[in-house]
Design a protein around this ligand. Structure first.
Ligand SMILES: NC(=O)c1ccc[n+]([C@@H]2O[C@H](COP(=O)([O-])OP(=O)(O)OC[C@H]3O[C@@H](n4cnc5c(N)ncnc54)[C@H](OP(=O)(O)O)[C@@H]3O)[C@@H](O)[C@H]2O)c1
Length: 292
C-alpha cells in the first residue's frame, strides 16, 4: 500500500511510519519542522492548503493517515486562530486532497471531544469539548468522516521522544529512573495508548477501509496516578517517588476533561489487532525499550 502519514515526526505518526515501512508499504512521512526518521520525508504545512492539495495530488496515496495537529492544548486555547487554521482548515485541505486523489482517509482524533463528566465514552455518545483544542479536533472529524473514518485515541505514549517532546510515560520513567519525585493527579481518568498498538489499529483501519468512528485507545481505564504506579511496577522503579495530586493543583490554561476514558468494545470486536489491556501494553513497551 502507498500510505501518506501527516505528522510523520509525531508520537503516533513516527511509530506508524516505522511499522508501515517494516511491512513493506511505500511510506510518505509529512512534517512541518522535525524531519521524520522513517519513510520519505515530505514537508507538508497544514497552514498551506494549496500546498497540501498539490502534495496529495502528486503522491496519490492509497491511504492518508492524518495525525498532524496542533496538539498543545493550552496553546490552542491561547492561539485559537492558529488552532483553527491548523486543525480545522488544514484538515479540510487534507480531506479535499484525499477526495480528489481517491485516497482513503483515517483522521486521528481525540478523547478531548468529550466533556469528561462521565467517562468510558462510546462512539455514538454526545460530544461536548471543554477546550478549544477539543473543539477544533471535533470540527476536523466532521470534515473527514465522508472520506474515510475517524479514529479517536487517548494519552499516547511510546518508547522514544517525538516531535521534540518527551511523552507522559517517558517523563515518568526518566524521573523515577533518576530518583526524582513527581506529582501525578489521582482524579483524571484515561485509557492510555501505546503508540505501537495505535499504529497497528490505524494500519488495519486503512487496509480494511473501515468507515465511521472508532475508539482506538488502550483497553484499560485508569487514573493518571495509577498509570504512573503501574509503569513503576513494570520497570521495577520506586513508586514511592510518585506523589498524589489533584487536577485543581495544576495551573492549566485550558480546562481538561476529568474522565475522558474511551469505551473500546467496538474496536475490540471489529479489529484483529485490537486495543490492548494496560498490562500487555506496558510489557510490550518494556520489550521495545530493551530491544532499542
Ligand atoms: N498525544 C496524545 O496524547 C493524543 C491523545 C489523543 C489524540 N491525539 C491526536 O493524535 C494525533 C497525533 O498526536 P501526536 O501526539 O502524535 O502528535 P505530536 O507528537 O504532538 O506531533 C504533532 C505532529 O503534527 C505535526 N504538525 C504540527 N503542526 C503542523 C503544521 N502546521 N503542519 C504540518 N504538520 C504539523 C508535527 O510536525 P513537526 O514535528 O515537524 O512539527 C508532528 O509531526 C493528533 O491529531 C492528536 O490530536 C493525541
Amino acid at each position: 500500500m502507498k500510505i501518506f502519514i501527516t505528522g510523520g515526526s509525531g508520537l503516533a505518526g513516527s511509530r506508524l511510519a516505522e511499522m508501515a515501512l517494516a511491512r513493506g508499504d511505500e511510506v510518505f512521512s509529512g512534517y512541518a519542522h522535525n524531519r521524520p526518521a522513517c519513510g520519505r520525508g515530505v514537508r507538508l504545512d497544514l497552514l498551506d492548503p494549496d500546498g497540501i492539495r498539490d502534495t496529495i495530488e502528486r503522491t496519490r496515496p492509497d491511504a492518508i493517515v492524518h495525525s498532524a495537529a496542533l496538539t498543545d492544548v493550552d496553546r490552542c486555547e491561547r492561539e485559537k486562530d492558529l488552532a483553527f487554521k491548523i486543525n480545522v482548515e488544514g484538515t479540510r485541505a487534507v480531506a479535499e486532497g484525499a477526495r480528489a486523489a481517491g485516497s482513503f482517509l483515517v483522521y486521528v482524533s481525540t478523547d478531548y471531544v468529550f466533556d469528561g463528566r462521565r467517562g468510558l465514552y462510546r462512539e455514538g455518545d454526545q460530544t461536548g469539548p471543554v477546550s478549544y483544542y477539543g473543539l477544533s479536533k471535533l470540527l476536523g472529524e466532521e470534515l473527514s468522516l465522508d472520506q474515510g473514518c475517524v479514529a479517536r485515541t487517548c494519552v499516547i505514549y511510546g518508547r522514544r521522544p517525538a516531535s521534540g517532546k518527551v511523552n507522559f510515560a517517558l517523563w515518568i520513567l526518566n524521573s523515577l529512573g533518576s530518583g526524582k519525585e513527581i506529582s501525578v493527579v489521582t482524579d483524571q481518568f484515561i485509557t492510555p495508548t501505546l503508540n505501537s498498538n495505535l499504529a497497528a489499529m490505524l494500519l488495519e483501519a486503512a487496509d480494511r477501509q473501515l468507515s465511521g468512528i472508532y475508539h482506538l485507545s488502550g483497553a484499560s481505564r485508569v487514573s493518571r496516578y495509577d498509570f504512573a504506579c503501574q509503569l513503576a511496577d513494570t520497570f521495577e522503579l520506586d513508586s514511592r517517588l510518585i506523589l498524589p495530586s489533584r487536577m485543581s493543583d495544576l495551573d492549566w490554561l485550558a480546562e481538561r476533561p476529568k474522565d475522558s476514558s474511551l469505551d473500546t468494545s467496538k474496536a475490540r470486536q471489529m479489529l484483529k489487532n485490537g486495543p490492548l489491556p494496560l498490562n500487555d501494553s506496558l510489557q510490550l513497551l518494556k520489550k521495545e525499550i530493551i530491544e532499542g
